[in-house]
Design a protein around this ligand. Structure first.
Ligand SMILES: Cc1cc2nc3c(=O)[nH]c(=O)nc-3n(C[C@H](O)[C@H](O)[C@H](O)COP(=O)(O)O)c2cc1C
Length: 188
C-alpha cells in the first residue's frame, strides 16, 4: 500500500482530550482554519462560518451551559457526562473553533463535517492536539442559545454543527481503536 505524509497524518490522528494551558500561535490557528475553508462543499457553496473562541471565561460559560443542556437529554451516557462536575467538554483546550453553516445549504451538515475533519487533520499535521466536540451544541439548545449565537457572531440563518478544540497535547495519544471489519463490498 502507498504511504505518504497525508496518509500517515490520517492514521496518526487521534482525539486528544488533555491540553496544556499555553495558547497556540496565530500562525498555527490560521493554518488550521485555512484547511477548514479548503474542504469540499456541495455545489462549492462554502456556506460555512467559523467562530474562534479563545476567551477562557466564555469557554467556561459554554461548558456549563452545554452540560446543563446535555443533562436534559434522554440518554444515560450523556447525562452521566453532564452530571460530572469535573468534566470539561473542551478538556481545557485554550482554543475552540465553532463550525456553523447556513441552514438552507444543500447538504450543509456534510459541508461542515468536511471542514471539521480537514481542521483535525491539519492540526495533527502540525503537531497540535485536537478533538471534534459536538457536546458544545447543547449550549445552543437552552434559553441562552440565541444570546450565545449573537455573542459568537453566528450569522442569522446559520446553525452550529460542530466544534474543534485545539491546543498543545498534554496527553500522548493511544493507538487507534481497532477498525471494524467487513465494511467494504467490492463489485468488479
Ligand atoms: C460527529 C462527532 C461528534 C463528536 N463529539 C465528541 C464530543 O462531543 N466529545 C468528545 O470527546 N469526542 C467527540 N467526538 C470524537 C469521537 O469520540 C472520536 O472521534 C472517536 O471516539 C474515535 O476516536 P479517534 O478520534 O481517536 O479516532 C466526536 C466525533 C464525531 C465524528
Amino acid at each position: 500500500m502507498a504511504t505518504n505524509e497525508v496518509l500517515t497524518t490520517i492514521k496518526k490522528r487521534r482525539s486528544i482530550r488533555g491540553f496544556k494551558e499555553d495558547q497556540i500561535t496565530d500562525e498555527e490557528l490560521q493554518t488550521v482554519l485555512e484547511a477548514g475553508i479548503y474542504a469540499p462543499s456541495a455545489g462549492n457553496q462554502q456556506l460555512w462560518h467559523f467562530t474562534v473562541i479563545q476567551d477562557k471565561q466564555l469557554l467556561d460559560q459554554l461548558n456549563v451551559s452545554a452540560k446543563a443542556g446535555a443533562a436534559q437529554i434522554d440518554n444515560e451516557h450523556i447525562q452521566q457526562i453532564a452530571k460530572n462536575e469535573k468534566f470539561n467538554i473542551f478538556y481545557g483546550a485554550p482554543t475552540v473553533v465553532l463550525v456553523s453553516g447556513k441552514e438552507d445549504g444543500m447538504v450543509i451538515e456534510a459541508d461542515c463535517a468536511a471542514a471539521t475533519q480537514n481542521m483535525l487533520l491539519a492540526a495533527e499535521s502540525i503537531g497540535l492536539g485536537a478533538c471534534w466536540v459536538n457536546l458544545i451544541l447543547f449550549a445552543f439548545s437552552g434559553e441562552q442559545g440565541e444570546q450565545y449565537k449573537q455573542k459568537l457572531g453566528v450569522p442569522a440563518g446559520y446553525k452550529s454543527f460542530s466544534s474543534v478544540v485545539l491546543g498543545y497535547k498534554k496527553i500522548e495519544p493511544v493507538n487507534a481503536p481497532p477498525r471494524k471489519e467487513n465494511v467494504i463490498n467490492y463489485i468488479k
